[in-house]
Design a protein around this ligand. Sequence first.
Ligand code: ATP
Length: 267
Amino acid sequence: SIAAYLVDPLNMHVTWSDITGLDDVITDLKDTVILPIKKKHLFENSRRLQPPKGVLLYGPPGCGKTLIAKDTAKEAGYRFINLQPSTLTNTWYGESQKLAADIFSLAVKLQPSIIFFLFYFVLLLYFNSDHEAIAMMKAQFMSLWDRLDTDHSCQAIVMGAANRPQDLDSAIMSRMPTRFHINQPALKQREAILKLILKNENVDRHVDLLEVAQETDGFSGSDLKEMCQDVALLCVREYVHSTSEESHDEDEIWPVQQQDLHRAIEK
Ligand code: ATP
């Protein structure tokens, strides 16, 4: 059921402090998207801009788009309907239209809410298909979206994430005029992400995370997280192999060293 994709913001274990290196984007997003939601009364009955109903987060994979979308929902107090591309594409052709209608009616029923779409390859391929049933579903999808857009009393917005906005067709782009570019992390951002990920880990005090950041040019936040997981695994594995089983104690696992990080980067 569609309800399975619903995430209550109160149950989302995310906070802005889980994201680092994206302060400019977050400030911009707070002013453009969250402020009009939280100060709704200042926008009502006025000719001022209405809160945006379509927001696009775009940029390379693993750089924090989903995290930002969840935090936005949490801060705004909006329910979060998280739709993976497979939700639509795995549905039988005939049922797609019903699914699109269900998604939007759920968003309206549960408002204030955010429908979060990952406009990734599979979904785009699907949307661009010539199949008649899909074309009908897409048309219906767009018209339901337009209804959200024009109903100023409805507190439901669509947030999309895409890797390459140029892959989105003009019908989708025109419905998401508020756009935020989430870029691949630069040197200082990578250092900050590493600090955040390793915050509660046992890391040797001589480890130089700036150096690690220098060696991880081109890594996304998600790559850095994966790399740190590899390091943790490496340390535990080496500890287990070099000590006798009866003496195994979590507190005794030695701290992460610079060379452990080097090896994980290589991997
Ligand atoms: P995709 O395009 O592949 O869906 P995404 O841009 O939505 O990726 P997220 O799912 O938000 O990326 O990020 C993946 C993981 O990478 C996060 O759960 C987090 O652990 C880490 N991460 C990415 N960027 C950052 C960041 N700027 N600060 C902290 N952690 C980050």
